[in-house]
Design a protein around this ligand. Structure first.
Ligand code: HEC
Ligand code: HEC
Length: 215
């Protein structure tokens, strides 16, 4: 009897050890837990976070974790990706909603931020980087002269992003597909800035300048 009891005790303590071991390996909210969650993102954003253009899913590797978190929360609560004309946003929204809660959002954002940043090749043509540099002076206050972004202002880095994706977003901000939802304070700060780009050519120009910035 005693032997069975001590055997049971042993089994119990071993399984507790294994369990705490697992928890220590993947504490909730950690980037290790995020790596596991990231498997759900791979079909669209690729294992290295470089994105898949044919799905409209951009490179997310190298995005700051605070920005990834903010966007995932917006997709979850409908401040982003809920507009009927936002086909790519509507594809992303259910993916963000599949995360179980803020802890999973923190974890996956922490993991995304560890993926190496690299400048994707340009896909757009016809932009004049010199004219774009002039237009970009408006953007410097928030996104920085080198396009590095500014956490205090909630403005993400723009270098390392796909030019085709930035083009879509500038059009979205201009046409109130993004940045016009109730409670999207940061988006509402960005939308009028996109209006300073007079037309499609001005968008191509500013994106040619951003492409010329470092990584
Ligand atoms: C079914 C395909 C799909 C899956 C799966 C998916 N995404 Fe997305 N994701 C997209 C698309 C499409 C966009 C572009 C939305 C847009 O154009 O506004 C996007 C945009 C994003 C953005 C915004 C990037 C930016 O610069 O603002 C983030 C962050 C993001 N996804 C993270 C994730 C994470 C993390 C996961 C896994 C939990 C995930 N995505 C799973 C398709 C997907
Ligand atoms: C007043 C500050 C401010 C200025 C000036 C500004 N932006 Fe932004 N920008 C933001 C913020 C904040 C966001 C994030 C919006 C959100 O959370 O959805 C953003 C987002 C963006 C995005 C989307 C990035 C992504 O990964 O989805 C692009 C593209 C962009 N800005 C380009 C520009 C360009 C080009 C200019 C200059 C013409 C500019 N911004 C000027 C604050 C600013």
């Amino acid at each position: 009897m005693l032997r069975i009891q001590s055997l049971l005790l042993m089994v119990l303590s071993v399984s507790l050890l294994v369990l705490t071991g697992c928890m220590e390996k993947h504490p909730a909210g950690s980037k290790e837990a995020g790596e596991v969650l990231f498997a759900a993102c791979v079909p669209c954003h690729a294992a290295d976070g470089s994105g898949k253009a044919h799905l409209g899913a951009p490179r997310i590797a190298g995005l700051q974790d605070w920005y990834v978190k903010e966007q995932l929360h917006k997709f979850r609560d409908g401040r982003r990706g809920a507009h009927p004309d936002d086909a790519p946003g509507l594809r992303m929204r259910p993916m963000a909603r599949a995360l179980s809660g803020p802890q999973d959002v923190d974890a996956v954002a922490a993991y995304v931020a560890t993926l190496p940043k690299a400048k994707p090749a340009a896909t757009l043509t016809g932009g004049d980087p010199a004219k774009g540099a002039a237009a970009y002076t408006v953007c410097v206050a928030c996104h920085g002269a080198a396009g590095e972004g500014n956490e205090l202002l909630g403005s993400p880095s723009l270098t390392g992003a796909n030019d085709w994706y930035l083009k879509t977003q500038l059009h979205n901000f201009r046409s109130r597909i993004r940045g016009a939802a109730d409670g999207d304070i940061r988006g509402a700060q960005m939308a009028p800035m996109a209006m300073t780009l007079a037309d499609d050519q001005a968008i191509l120009d500013v994106l040619a300048h951003i492409q010329s910035l470092g990584n």
